[in-house]
Design a protein around this ligand. Sequence first.
Ligand SMILES: Nc1ncnc2c1ncn2[C@@H]1O[C@H](COP(=O)(O)OP(=O)(O)O)[C@@H](O)[C@H]1O
Ligand SMILES: [Mg+2]
Length: 352
Amino acid sequence: MAKEKPVRFTAQQLREFTSNYSTRLGSGGFGVVYEGQFSDGVKIAVKVLEKSSEKAVGEQFMAEVGTIGRTYHINLVRLYGFCYDQNMSALVYEFMENGSLDKYLFKETRKIEWEKLHEVAIGTAKGIAYLHEECQQRIIHYDIKPANVLLDANFFPKVADFGLAKLCNRDLSYMSNTGYRGTPGYSAPECFMKNLPVTYKCDVYSFGMVLFEIVGRRRNTVVGSYETLDWFPKHVWESYEKGELVEMIKTCGIKDEDQEKAERMSIVALWCVQDSPEVRPPMSAVVKMLEGGVEIMSPPRPFNYMYSVGMNAAQPPMISTSSSFFSSEENKSYWYKETTPIEKDEIQIITH
Ligand SMILES: Nc1ncnc2c1ncn2[C@@H]1O[C@H](COP(=O)(O)OP(=O)(O)O)[C@@H](O)[C@H]1O
Ligand SMILES: [Mg+2]
């Protein structure tokens, strides 16, 4: 099964794997997830997709499942197989022992070291970078959020639910009619403002929101309360603008030794959530900036559309397309500058 295309299972097999759907792991926008096990003991998660008239049928379903199943990366949750018949459709994934990141960020009872969270952020960024920049056919996730970052037995992060938007016909073409896509609080402005093109940069925005939540170890906001002063991303920007980012990070309870990483993470987050999609860095640049070793440029002020018109704006956000602000994907120095590394030989000359 390891390197083959996803296996097709029958509904009866899935019932056996899940002991008649006895253990529920959770539920989301696409259906309910159950814990299960193959007969050889390998644990699985079975996501039973909701029946919907819009759902992809037949060949289209197989094609999308095939794409998801052929997308391998260490930071992406593996799809082992699927079930498709007239009564049900389901996806069979590798089981992630430690569940989803949201539980570690928002529930006091689950503990995870901040250093580990920094690694989780980098791994997640690498998974998304693969979807955007490296796999055969670019995959836009549309629903990046802590609940879709799963952690294995060693807390190694893997992105879940990629390809689902398309599989369940919730991609661009479908959602433009209803005007909304993704999860409130993580969706880029272009996702809920009509007539704006939505590109892979919407995932960069959502990832930025996840970074804020990692720094704050709290939800950025309660849905519908963007206007309140307690919206964490705005707080980060205002601290940064005043040169008080370090103080703010301290109030988040981040230890001294993690401070520099948290600072970097906050600035990268501010880059990711820029109003204008083209100003947001591509995910490969995000990875580099999070890993360190490059000098990160100063981000411009984000959230202008929110400051000026509020969340119930009927108008599209101010998107800057002035040429001085525009940057090609190749020109990565727009977001960061390579710092010149000291050559090994030079170190030897100095020390000997
Ligand atoms: N492969 C998996 N391994 C372990 N737990 C999983 C897996 N997939 C999903 N889950 C759990 O099931 C929950 C529900 O998943 P999902 O239906 O995708 O909704 P959401 O992503 O909105 O939380 C997740 O939050 C996660 O805790
Ligand atoms: Mg999910």
